[in-house]
Design a protein around this ligand. Structure first.
Ligand code: NOJ
Length: 844
């Protein structure tokens, strides 16, 4: 396996993050302690009881990974053998269980975002959760809201959902609720501003407080409100301090303002110091190894030593373990209280292998039991695959297909992969159709139905003469195949991934927005000879397609994204009209990469200390295109149907019953501690007779360690466990509970005015007013399944947060006194109805 993380830098001092010029508030020390509350009380009580019974080294053992490839999962903590409590198993990733077998490969996050369907988002989470549970995994390392998608080339955008924070926030919440309802802890990652793969291990992102709140933090707030059990801090720095020891982002924003009660784990190797991370709010170090002697780890024995010296107070250690255990107990409810043993190994697909591959002293045992966890999940995978297809162009009644006389399928991207769908390790090469990106966000395919296979089967049923041509660089062959076909379907791709793999010169991030593998030329060649050229895109995000949109012979264009194992079947469902397309583009399609404003930093002026200021503020994707008056090829939210819809009767109800907004306040209780630590040297060194295997990470201090003081190396504020002020925008998971009061209900009536059944995705946009706000921002969406002639009223709820801006001085959300408007339509651009938004209720 490839080592996924870069250099470990040991920086002794605790770094104080600057919060930007306009952010006068104090940095976030001490790290807030969990206190239960909203949905956490029962779990928190169980955690208290468990943690109170642990010794110092047992506590530390649960906070620290045992090392890369030390155990069977991509991340494993230590265990508590005395109480029969096995280690935690953490496993990638956001679209299915990575590095195993008999699992499903679900559609990528960007596809489920394109469905704009809360129901599908939730069900995908549930079924993924079932698969993780079945493999004995405690924590699924997903979903992803960072990257959000600031730049379209971002290598990992497809693992997440959309550059729109509202859509991503809904997708995060639904996915998390789904996963956790099945007894598995979800992990919202990568927190935060991990917007590009280039320089990801050290880039310093400079950001202002308002942009942070209104754009990047927003979906994480939704994740916390949904009860997410864990958050993964990212590789990059924010305003000068690494994310995994950044007391502004972790202590102040996440644990204080958002009142996050679960635990923060490091991305793999994103921890840089022992004390800085512990006091900066990290709760679990992953994968755990990577430090100097004597511990070979920044935590493990080093953390035990720091606690014995008083540099990390007992309450901080206790809080780490309380958070970890509370997350674990929180998800174990209903029908999902069980905890199967880990029954797979991420490191081999053989039945037996080393129990601890990182060590050459490891014993051999059974490591894979090949448990089949797929259930009947193929059906949902196909449904999401079909409902995420975005029909971008459909002219001359090209689609749906109806028993065409002949069909030419053209392009490598339609094909089965020679050697099987997993022939490219972690999808780090392209040999056939692309149905997911590359890197740690992958899972093995149990099978992959290619478009060519699915279409050939359909053609046989319909007596359609079928030809299938591969070889994207042989344009003459492509033209010959296409020239006489009633429909020529060209398949093209542009993939992206994580930067430990460089694919065709793309180090994770895409180098540009053109198609790969000669795709643009292939489209042009086919369209030059066939007047019914249909283009299917399997891409990680937008590509430059204005020429195809304008080309008279390109009759249809469909974006199918990364649909997972049922790719061909799902696509055929749409092409043949069994599913009427309802996907909507979760991003904007520019005519040039420059049109996006914010640019990815491929080459840093100072590569040793790369730094980038997100000075575009909240203006990314459609917000920027509109502000700069740049017409894209297709706007955010676009997507056609085989039917048509009309909109009528926009009505707004103002809810006057709401109580006035109140800033949270008061003090927390002082930091609690659980159990008494035995601080004698003998209690914290390796027990007599225990055989260590090297370089496994252990929690014991070395026998030569000096475990007394000085505590003074830690900032006084960081080790202060006295009662602390609650922040005004805080007080409940996701932020002040009153932010989620519904102030308005907005309804519209939608009618299917066409001849076939179809689903419209009405979208609500709000104009908050003022030059410093985008023209409008997404604040609601729904799905309306309608038979021909049928009408339905859909209602959107607008919360206080939805109509607020972030005040950097008061550190709170406020409804600014500016004239506001609402727009309802079928994309950001295709607005059908609008109205001024009445002032908020007087009582608000
Ligand atoms: C690094 C990636 O950034 C993260 O997403 C993943 O979960 C870990 N590696 C573990 O594989």
């Amino acid at each position: 396996m490839t080592a996924l993380f870069g250099l470990f830098l040991v920086i002794p001092a605790v770094v104080i993050a600057s919060t930007g010029a306009d952010t006068p508030f104090a940095p976030g020390f001490p790290s807030p302690w969990a206190s239960g509350g909203s949905g956490w009380d029962e779990a928190y009580e169980k955690a208290k009881k468990f943690v109170s019974s642990l010794t110092l080294v047992e506590k530390v053992n649960l906070t620290t990974g045992t090392g890369w490839e030390a155990d069977r999962c991509v991340g494993s903590t230590g265990s508590v053998p005395r109480l029969g409590f096995r280690a935690f198993c953490l496993e990638d990733g956001p679209l299915g269980v990575r590095y195993t077998d008999h699992n499903s490969a679900f559609p990528a996050g960007i596809n489920v975002a394109a469905t704009f369907s809360r129901d599908l988002m939730r069900r995908r989470g549930e079924e993924m959760g079932e698969e993780f549970l079945g493999k004995g995994i405690d924590v699924q390392l997903g979903p992803v809201a960072g990257p959000l998608g600031r730049v379209p080339e971002g290598g990992r955008n497809w693992e997440g959902f959309s550059p729109d924070p509202y859509l991503t926030g809904v997708a995060m919440a639904e996915t998390i609720k789904g996963i956790q309802s099945r007894g598995v802890v979800a992990c919202a990652k990568h927190y935060i501003l991990n917007e590009q793969e280039h320089y990801r291990n050290r880039i310093d992102v400079r950001i202002d407080d308002r942009t942070m709140h209104e754009l990047y933090l927003w979906p994480f707030a939704d994740a916390v409100r949904a009860g997410v059990g864990s958050v993964m801090c990212s590789y990059n720095k924010i305003n000068g301090a690494f994310a995994c020891e950044n007391e502004w982002t972790t202590n102040y924003l996440l644990k204080n303002e958002l009142s996050f009660q679960g635990f923060v784990m490091s991305d793999w190797g994103a921890q840089h110091t022992t004390l800085g991370s512990a006091l900066g709010g990290l709760d679990m170090a992953m994968p755990g190894d990577g430090g100097g002697p004597p511990y070979g780890a920044l935590w493990g024995g080093a953390l035990t030593e720091a606690v014995l010296k008083g540099q990390v107070p007992q309450w901080r250690l206790d809080d780490m373990v309380i958070r970890i255990m509370a997350a674990f107990y929180k998800v174990k409810s209903g029908n999902y209280t069980s905890r199967p043993d880990v029954n797979f190994s991420a490191w081999t697909n053989k039945t037996t292998g080393p129990l601890h591959p990182l060590s050459n002293q490891s014993s051999i045992g059974v490591v894979n039991e090949f448990v089949n966890v797929q259930g009947d999940h193929a059906a949902l995978i196909r449904e999401i695959g079909a409902k995420s297809v975005v029909l971008l162009k459909n002219e001359k009644a090209a689609l749906p297909l109806n028993k065409p006389q002949s069909m030419a399928v053209i392009g490598n991207d339609a094909q089965d992969t020679p050697g099987g769908p997993n022939a490219c390790p972690e999808r780090g090469c392209i040999k056939g159709t692309v149905a997911m990106g590359y890197g740690s966000g992958t899972a093995e395919f149990p099978y992959l139905v290619s478009p060519a296979t699915a279409l050939e089967l359909q053609a046989a049923t319909d007596n359609t003469v079928f030809t299938n041509t591969t070889g994207n660089w042989n344009l003459a062959a492509a033209k010959a195949a296409a020239s006489n076909a009633s429909a020529a379907i060209v398949f093209v791709t542009a993939t992206a991934g994580e930067n430990f793999i460089t694919l065709d010169g793309n180090a994770g991030d895409r180098n540009n927005l053109t198609l790969w593998d000669n795709g643009d030329e292939l489209i042009r060649a086919v369209a030059s000879v066939n007047p019914n050229t249909i283009v299917v895109l399997h891409t990680a995000g937008p590509v430059i397609l204005e020429y195809a949109k304008q080309h008279p012979n390109v009759t249809a264009i469909l974006w199918a994204g990364f649909p997972g194992q049922e790719s061909g079947n799902a696509l055929a469902d749409v092409l043949y009209g069994r599913v009427n397309p309802q996907g909507r583009s979760p991003f904007t399609w520019g005519k040039s990469v420059k049109d996006y404003g914010a640019q990815l930093m491929f080459t840093a002026p100072n590569p040793a200390l790369p730094s980038q200021t997100f000075d575009e503020g909240v203006f990314i994707d459609y917000r920027y295109f509109d502000k700069a008056a740049i017409a894209p090829t297709w706007w955010f939210g676009s997507g056609l149907s085989y039917t048509t819809f009309s909109y009528a009767r926009l009505e707004i109800v103002v809810h006057n019953t709401t109580n006035p907004y109140q800033a949270a306040g008061g003090l927390t209780p002082p930091a609690p501690t659980y159990g008494t630590l035995d601080r004698t040297a003998g209690a914290n060194v390796v027990p007599d007779g225990f055989r260590k295997i090297s370089p496994y990470v252990y929690p014991w201090v070395s026998s030569s360690a000096n475990v007394s003081g000085p505590a003074s190396v830690s900032p006084t504020a960081a080790i202060n466990g006295s009662a602390q002020p609650v922040l005004p925008a805080g007080g409940a998971p996701g932020g002040n509970a009153r932010l989620f009061d519904v102030l308005y209900t907005i309804s519209v009536s939608i009618t299917n005015t066409g001849k076939v059944a179809g689903t419209e995705i009405p979208q609500l946009y709000v104009q908050l007013g003022g030059e410093d706000n985008p023209f409008s921002v997404l604040r609601g969406f729904d799905e309306a399944a309608l038979e021909p002639g049928q009408s339905k009223t859909v209602a959107f709820s607008l919360t206080r947060r939805d109509v607020s801006n972030w005040n950097t001085t008061s550190q709170n959300w406020e409804i600014w006194d500016r004239e506001k408007f609402v727009f309802v339509g079928s994309s950001f651009e295709a607005i059908r109805l609008n109205s001024t938004l009445p002032p908020p209720p007087a009582s608000a």
